[in-house]
Design a protein around this ligand. Sequence first.
Ligand code: NAD
Length: 507
Amino acid sequence: MKEIFRKLGIEEINSGAYCGEWLDTSGEIIEVFSPIDDSLIAKVKSASVEDYEIVSKKAQEDFKIWKMIPAPKRGEIIRQIGLELRKYKDELGSLVTIEMGKIRTEGLGEVQEMIDMADFSVGLSRQLYGKTMMSERPNHRMYEQWHPLGVIGIISAFNFPVAVWAWNAFIAGVCGDTMIWKPSSSTPLTSIAITNIVHKVLEKNDVPKAIFNLIIGRGSTIGERLINDKAIPLISATGSCSMGKRVHQAAAKRYGQVILELGGNNGIIVMEDANLELTLKAVLFGAVGTAGQRCTTTRRILLHEKIFDMFADKLKKAYSSIPIGDPLEDGILMGPLVDYSAVKEYLNALEIIKKQGGEIIYGSKVLKENVLGKCYVEPTIVIAKNDMPIVQEETFAPILYLIKIKDIDEAIDFHNNVPQGLSSAIFTNNLQYSEQFLCHAGSDCGIANVNIGTSGAEIGGAFGGEKETGGGREAGSDAWKAYMRRQTNTINWGKEIPLAQGVKFDV
Ligand code: NAD
């Protein structure tokens, strides 16, 4: 671990604010523990509000320079960052695992996602297209163009400590924005490592240095300052629904814009004709992957009554063969939860499930033997009803609800009957079922898949969800438009001033 930390520039005590240079921060000390064995791995001296003001001012100053650099040149900087990320992929992937506990292949996958986002953004830097429109007035030309927006606030959650930043930062970067990143205070070290890599690239180029800025601190202090900062026209926030509501309210008070990427309650409909081998694999990755701590984690299986018992048995058998343990070890498929408070939430949810009539058919225990720390739990399967209050909530732990359905109409009805709307899937070989699921009377989620699970989205599509998931979109497609300001331009090259809609105003 020492060698990984050395390569990534992680010290015993680290600064919690960067704006082209690391500041001598004056906030409280955050101790960072690894959930693998509960050990203290480093400390961060977090950013105070005074430190925040320095970062915000510097980001505003450098925005004035960065926005004037041609977009393809900005793309070139992102290209170089992508190359550096490739060099450090191994170390960064391990650091993600050490700091938040996801298995190493997922840690590496997260870094790959950053690299993919860099590549995508380089191409995008030459494709920030605006439309031309036909003017109704003679000798007039009309078009729209996209201008850089300003300093963007990026708030990220612990479960994707680096990829979510890249979804936002690389797009915002080519769009000409500077930004301030506030990572989760559970995972500050990965953000420091990334910022060190970015710093190296900026040093080599003749560009302003306060583009990809960082502040580390609690949501209730430094996060609040960020969301209330009038100098930040857009906050892109990833996290729980309650956090998103708070961000939305604060931003609305000052007419700020938001991209909200909040909690999910993702369901898979499994119809009676589904290929069950395929379904089983997708459910396992969706429900157990990242120890149930993905926003897209499969939380509900809406299972056709004809195959309910048979599939439940298959699932129980498969769950019993999942290797749980040190996420750095090859072959382990499930590591620890992020910290002990997550374990307590898991146990608390199981108590509520029992009280509300849920039947636990597999799991429910905190593991004590053959594990290195106290954050390892059993993935759990529960037979439940969709309208149980606990099923309507996102419990951020590996708890999977099996819910019986009698036909496709009931399946879609149950599926949509939750407050969240992120990711969804159906397993079927029946064209009518899948089309019904994808049509406008079908899934109400931002992501709807056929014969693919709910988690593991590709960066090329716009990512995000509806209802209490917040309505934001990030990453691919035309998500970039949220990071720019649209301007409609009309040019009169004639000798008259005709008014639109035939209005006469002759003096
Ligand atoms: P969280 O809401 O506890 O924290 C997320 C971030 O918000 C952290 O950086 C935190 O410090 C910050 N924050 C909290 N209160 C704040 C405030 N008042 N002002 C400003 N910032 C504040 O979430 P978490 O436990 O880190 O992550 C898990 C949650 O994130 C789950 O609900 C999961 O579904 C969601 N998530 C959603 C997506 C998505 O794209 N939809 C992706 C990843 C995670």
